[in-house]
Design a protein around this ligand. Sequence first.
Ligand SMILES: Cc1cc2nc3c(=O)[nH]c(=O)nc-3n(C[C@H](O)[C@H](O)[C@H](O)COP(=O)(O)O)c2cc1C
Length: 394
Amino acid sequence: MTIILNTIEEKSVLEQISNLIQDNEREIVNTSDMKIAHCVGCNQCWLKTPGVCAIKDDYESILKKLVKADNLWLVSDTRFGFLDYKGKRIMDRIMPMLNMTIGFRDGWMRHELRYHALNIGLLYKGNAEQTMMEDWCKRTAANIGGHSLGAIPLTDTTDTTPTTLNSKLSTLNTQLSHLVIINGSPRVAKFSNTDKIIHSFAKGLEEAGVTWELHNLSNRKEWDAAREAFINNERTLMAFPLYVECVPGLMLEFLETLPTEHKQPKELSFLLHGGMDEGNEFRLCERFLQGLPAQLGCSYGGTLIHGGSFRIRTAPADQVAKIVTPYIEMGLLFAQKGNFLSPEAARFTGMEQYPWLIRKMVSMLFLKKVNGEFERFAKDWGCTRPLGDKPYSE
Ligand SMILES: Cc1cc2nc3c(=O)[nH]c(=O)nc-3n(C[C@H](O)[C@H](O)[C@H](O)COP(=O)(O)O)c2cc1C
């Protein structure tokens, strides 16, 4: 069975979909007619009601179709050279198809599958960067145990401007005195791992005498102030968690509201973190971020990358401190340099992939402990089902 999730409203796209995907057993779902919210990272689909999303909107009907499908085609418009927020939002909500427990698959650390493998393809409109779209498809499909069906551009003559995937590197040589920090996590600030990382990072800024202000995108009421701060200050740092191989859909929606021309030079830097430990996990998103500032009329101040943050939510306080404390040093570094373009910032990521022997050891010792930690956390949340439950049987 092939499910086609179409996020584009234009009727002409439907004809192209029909011509391009000629599977006899296919179903096209037009999501622009549906009520679908952003994933807010609440983790209930993993730890409280395994496999069932806490957001009660039209996505549940999609999940019920996905558990019966072998192939998923996403049809999406693009922005900043990548999926637009409507397309990304659909994929961010796919989490109930996975289980929170982790293991190694094909040599990489990944979540275990709740159901079966799903192959993923992309039909996209606009002038996105082809290799980026192909790579995102490959990575996303691998996360859900399947393979890529390919990334195919739809015929689209409205916009032919090439998307720049390289921004000018840091152009500001003024001393950093104040930093605007935007938390791009969709999870409420109180529970956001990014928030804890930011506060540790900011200790380093404060030690160096740099002032800072924080705006959270999880609260839409803060969007106007975040935009104003971005417009009125030289340097902005966007800190956020990796969501399905790239920027969370919610953050993409905010980015679409930012102006792209400025009176004064402006610089954007990024702090990117995520659940998995391996540096390679973040490289596609990093590529996206390298091109993003140019499209917002800014120069690029680099990206600080580090994994292993998903346990901040569930681990005991001493271990949380171990995860977030190294960011103080990075705050100091940023205060000195004004950006993350230094070799010290690059080294902060750590290893790209666990070597074979370490993978074996991590599987045997560490992952058992971590997966047990999830079980205990779920119990505390009142979860009465096994974490690997399949509420919409295959
Ligand atoms: C919808 C969703 C998608 C995610 N995708 C990834 C991913 O592709 N790779 C990864 O390493 N972590 C992924 N994560 C884990 C988050 O990056 C990680 O838990 C992070 O610490 C959350 O930060 P926050 O609490 O500030 O939102 C994902 C989490 C969610 C909720």
